[in-house]
Design a protein around this ligand. Structure first.
Ligand SMILES: [Zn+2]
Ligand SMILES: [Zn+2]
Length: 346
């Protein structure tokens, strides 16, 4: 069986599993309403935690983990929206949801811009132009740099720009990116994180540097005289850090750790979906999966059967994973950590 035949067969088998579950639970047919319901419920849960923290009822750690958990639903909704799975024929409600999934996840690129990156990812998964995955460190050798930049897309691009920038220019020259695509990339770099993402990142870096200075001062017993403005800034920024920055960076770390290691990079055969991903759900990844909606189990299914919502993919995962394994999709290939996500040994 060729890889094209295997992919077609996987598609058909998963389509049947999907149809079966919708026939068994007809309520699942109300896709738009379910999507909107998940958006409103997740947003309400996040607002509840914010209220609880600001009024002193909820502890800082519970608040951060709770918000991180619910923003993972918003991430999944955003991905479904990118594939036009909700309100396809009602642009107003579709864009309302696109905005809704971004509000509590402002440290990510705008969903309207991410659509370009993500659809490109489906076409060129595992190749040098798959920037969506490369930005979250897919394909990098494991080390301190990879761990450090994993949750932060801005640091990831800025710190790796000495080699990413020439690569993009080279791809443009080789025709791997059209001029329109290069324009899209620049648009994402310069305005994809506006209006909230850039100020929030800058606030976070300043906050971290202040605490680093205080920590060094305390450790070395220097007793430096820090300006009063610094303490006012720390007091002002703390709610933003607790309610928006920390939950999102923590969730990004979980999601990016899973996604960047389940996708293969660099030597994936062109158009061979079987080689693009693996199922990554070994037991110790559970804490990560908890904050990325079991992404490690379900994302490989998505590469074969794109037009399904995340919650149905979750409901059908057990059977669908068996289909994937039967056709040779890898399962818990931990060698990927040593191979910098290459599919083959060398
Ligand atoms: Zn997708
Ligand atoms: Zn993917």
């Amino acid at each position: 069986m060729t890889h094209q035949e295997a992919s077609r067969s996987i598609f058909k088998e998963i389509q049947i599993i999907s149809k079966d579950i919708k026939a068994k639970y007809p309520i699942l047919q109300n896709q738009d309403a379910i999507g909107m319901g998940i958006l409103l419920t997740s947003s309400a849960m996040i607002l509840l935690a914010m209220y609880g923290y600001l009024t002193g009822y909820v502890n800082v750690w519970v608040t951060m983990l709770w918000i991180a958990f619910w923003t993972s639903f918003l991430h999944e909704l955003e991905h479904d929206l990118i594939h036009y799975l909700y309100f396809k024929k009602s642009p107003f409600w579709h864009n309302f949801m696109m905005l809704g999934v971004w509000i509590f996840r402002p440290m990510t690129v705008s969903p309207w811009y991410r659509r370009y990156l993500h659809l490109h990812h489906h076409k060129y998964s595992g190749t040098v132009s798959d920037l969506e995955e490369r930005i979250v460190t897919n394909g990098e050798k494991w080390g301190l740099l990879r761990a450090f930049i994993m949750p932060d897309q801005i640091l990831s691009v800025v710190l790796r720009s000495p080699w990413l920038y020439p690569e993009v220019r080279k791809m443009e020259k080789e025709g791997k990116f059209t001029q329109e695509e290069v324009k899209n990339i620049w648009r994402i770099v310069f305005s994809g994180f506006l209006p909230v993402g850039i100020p929030l990142h800058l606030m976070w870096y300043a906050f971290a540097l202040c605490y680093l200075a205080l920590g060094i001062d305390g450790l070395l017993g220097l007793n430096m005289a820090f300006p009063a403005e610094m303490f006012s800034f720390l007091a002002f920024s703390k709610p933003f850090i607790v309610l928006l920055v920390a939950p999102n960076l923590f969730r990004h770390f979980c999601l990016h750790f899973i996604t960047s290691n389940l996708h293969y990079y660099g030597d994936v055969e062109k158009g061979n979906i079987l080689e693009q991903t693996q199922i990554l759900n070994v037991w110790w990844t559970f804490p990560f999966q908890l904050f990325c909606f079991n992404f490690g189990t379900t994302h490989a299914i998505h590469h074969f059967f794109v037009q399904e919502t995340f919650y149905i993919r979750q409901l059908t995962a057990k059977k669908a994973v068996e289909v994937l394994k039967k056709h040779g999709v890898r399962h818990n290939d931990l060698g990927t950590f040593k191979r910098a996500n290459r599919y083959h040994e060398s």
